[in-house]
Design a protein. Structure first.
Lengths: 200, 503
């Protein structure tokens, strides 16, 4: 009466196994009792990559793009820990990095105060901070003012002006600025915008 | 956002913007829109760093902000936009094919910087082109401007939303967040600039010009401190337009492949006689691919391109090819059979595909386990008894496409990780070779002898050179693979998008 299925104790499915295609009594496939291997062996090797001028060019574009992005001021790197040996070139790399430092322009206004025009704030800030900070700060603020307008261009100008700034930054803190008399024509006119503020 | 997408986004951000931006970007993608302080708290970074990172992300159109009703501002990252970074080389290459080198550089600069004013773009591109030209020649701004205007006219670049003009006499405090908006009409309007000038080289090798060059350079730098005439009007690359172009290209090439035999007998030039044109159109319309449909007879016959069907067919073809490469041509036969017949029982599959039962079963189960096919139950009785239910195999292209897309994201993430691993493993060797190259370059500049140069070159031993070669080859291969997986991603994404949006 109650002995349904093939017999006592034997496994029986609730449906006709022929519906999914197994013949009666046939050995069923193995049961999976562990996750599939991480790199299973494949019967078919992958198709080779497309080769050609177009692909090569796009490959070159991709690698160049990545390299350019790494040099932009947008790339924010975490400060690496000291690698043990202090490299001589580190000082110069640091210069370049610092000249590309920028901070988001435009401060938040406090409640109630109307935002004063940005240029005034910057000039006031400059006058205050000049006595405290050195030349590096000047290049920072210049960059800060222009970052939003001419982001990438800074990088090139920094490269151009690198030679001029380098001199000043290497020197000890004294009142004599090395390039002061080098370009006779440009004395005081426009050799370095912040010159004017230093003379009081 | 699936795990795979988030992982890929994080890798892309890290490669292009550094770890700090990556951390903040990934956090925003995972958690949706959040205000500034919450981001700083959750990521554990200082407020300054978060602000800076957000600036970078907003500049590159990856993050947007919104003023909430309660009065604070929330930032939201766009995962799909971050994934587009993978496609940047393709955009740049397309610009090159359409607008030659100038177009290529314009689009490249816009992608590198996110948003730029027209004058800045023109200046940068002119400088770059000048450097590649022979000594003494410079690139005129006018030509670059022309290409810029053409790009804007064909909508490949567009204006960014701008802050509204503020009146000087406004007494109310400025809103905490500028509401950016762009007028539809103005989106491709180029400002009326009179850009006169020529590109400048970064380094001039003319000794005589050096003295005045320095002075001139300083003066020019002083000039550039003034705001440019088109200050505030920023441009960005129009990603969607590029996608349109890719899609059109894909459809055209698919049809061309189809019509290949007939195309060979096509008369040269575009002056196809009307009757032949009619014949072609009828052929295309009758083609089982259904790319072109006839929607009426007015004007001699109205023909329309069925975009949905075209995209679906492209996606299906991709899936077929994937099945073929993974499981073999017999499986592919079963797959195509199921696509055509929609639903089939086990027995019917064996019969129609003419494959022995055992193998057919094996293949079906393999595909089932990988989710390329699925089972549809059709009960005969209301109690759904398994012995009295039909089990039909079927292919659901949409869900299959989604699964494959997920696979693609995972593959690209794996590829990037592997590439980074390879580079890291050989970091020491790479640095050494860079140093040697730098030494060689400086020695050549100061005119060293052959013997000395050879000595320096030998600093890198032969096995090391071999290692470097291997590394370069592997990295190139991986990079090329990433590009090609992105092509598949594009096809699948377009298909899925077309089913979601009801046009």
């Amino acid at each position: 009466m109650s002995g349904s299925g093939k017999g006592r104790g034997r496994a029986a499915f609730t449906f006709n196994i022929e519906a999914i295609g197994f013949a009666k009594g046939e050995t069923l496939p193995e049961v999976a009792f562990k996750p599939p291997p991480l790199f299973p062996p494949t019967d078919f090797k992958p198709v080779p990559l497309k080769m050609g001028e177009e692909e090569d060019y796009m490959l070159a574009l991709k690698q160049e793009f990545r390299a350019s992005m790494k040099k932009m001021p947008y790339f924010m790197q975490k400060e690496d820990e000291n690698q043990g040996i202090e490299k001589y070139s580190k000082k110069y790399l640091q210069m370049r990095k610092e000249s590309m430092e920028w901070t988001p322009a435009g401060g938040k206004t406090k409640k109630g105060k109307v935002a004063t025009p940005k240029s005034n704030v910057d000039v006031l800030k400059k006058i205050e901070e000049l006595e405290k900070k050195g030349d590096e700060e000047k290049s920072d603020e210049e960059k800060e003012k222009e970052k939003d307008k001419e982001g990438e261009e800074e990088e090139e100008e920094a490269g151009n002006e690198q030679e001029e700034y380098d001199e000043e930054e290497h020197e000890e803190e004294n009142d004599y600025i090395a390039s002061y008399f080098e370009d006779g024509d440009d004395f005081g006119a426009g050799s370095d915008d912040n010159m004017d503020e230093a003379t009081y | 956002m699936t795990q795979a997408e988030i992982k890929l986004c994080s890798l892309l951000l890290q490669e292009h913007f550094g770890e700090i931006v990556e951390k903040i970007g990934t956090h925003l993608i995972k958690t949706g829109s959040q205000p500034l302080r919450v981001i700083a708290n959750d990521t554990g970074m200082s407020l300054d760093q978060v602000k800076k990172a957000l600036c970078v992300l907003i500049q590159h159109n990856l993050v947007t902000y919104q003023l909430q009703k309660r009065g604070f501002v929330e930032y939201e990252a766009s995962c799909s936009r971050v994934l587009r970074i993978l496609r940047y080389p393709r955009y740049i290459y397309t610009a090159k094919t359409l607008y030659s080198d100038m177009g290529e550089l314009i689009v490249e600069e816009l992608l590198l910087n996110g948003k730029m004013t027209m004058s800045a773009v023109v200046r940068k591109v002119a400088n770059r082109l000048t450097e590649t030209m022979e000594d003494g020649k410079t690139m005129d701004y006018g030509e670059v401007s022309n290409t810029f205007v053409r790009l804007a006219d064909t909508h490949f670049i567009q204006r960014c939303p701008m802050a509204p003009e503020t009146t000087e006499t406004s007494d109310a405090p400025p809103p905490p967040v500028p509401t950016l908006a762009v007028n539809e009409k103005d989106m491709y309007v180029v400002p009326n600039l009179n850009l006169i000038g020529k590109g400048k080289r970064r380094r001039s090798f003319d000794d005589e010009d050096d003295g005045e060059h320095k002075a001139k350079r300083q003066k020019q730098d002083a000039d550039s401190k003034e705001p440019p005439p088109d200050d505030g009007i920023y441009w960005q690359a129009n990603i969607d337009r590029f996608h349109q172009h890719f899609r059109d290209q894909a459809i055209v090439s698919a049809v061309a492949n189809r019509m290949d035999q007939i195309f060979r007998s096509l008369p040269a030039g575009y002056n196809i006689v009307k009757q032949i044109l009619d014949q072609y159109l009828t052929l295309l319309a009758d083609d089982p691919l259904e790319f072109v449909g006839k929607s009426g007879d007015s004007g001699g016959g109205m023909y329309v391109i069925n975009l949905h069907k075209a995209l679906a067919t492209l996606a299906t073809a991709t899936q077929e090819s994937i099945v073929q490469e993974r499981f073999g041509s017999r499986c592919a036969r079963i797959f195509r059979l199921l696509l055509r017949k929609k639903h089939l029982e086990q027995k019917q599959v064996e019969d129609f595909a003419m494959i022995p039962a055992k193998e057919a079963k094996d293949m079906l189960y393999k595909m089932l386990s990988e989710n390329f096919v699925s089972l549809q139950e059709i009960p005969k009785t209301p109690d759904h008894a398994p012995s009295r239910t039909f089990y039909l195999y079927t292919v659901n292209t949409l869900s299959s496409a989604r699964m494959l897309l997920h696979w693609c994201y995972k593959s690209v993430a794996n590829l990037i990780e592997r590439r980074q691993y390879e580079t890291k493993e050989n970091k020491r060797l790479l640095e050494k070779s860079q140093r040697v190259e730098a030494i060689l370059a400086s020695m050549q500049a100061t005119g060293a002898e052959e013997v000395q140069l050879q000595e320096i070159e030998e600093m890198i031993t032969a096995p090391e050179r071999q290692q470097l070669e291997n590394l370069k080859r592997n990295v190139n291969k991986i990079d090329a693979s990433e590009n090609q997986v992105d092509e598949t991603i594009f096809v699948l994404e377009s298909y899925i998008e077309s089913t979601v949006k009801k046009l």
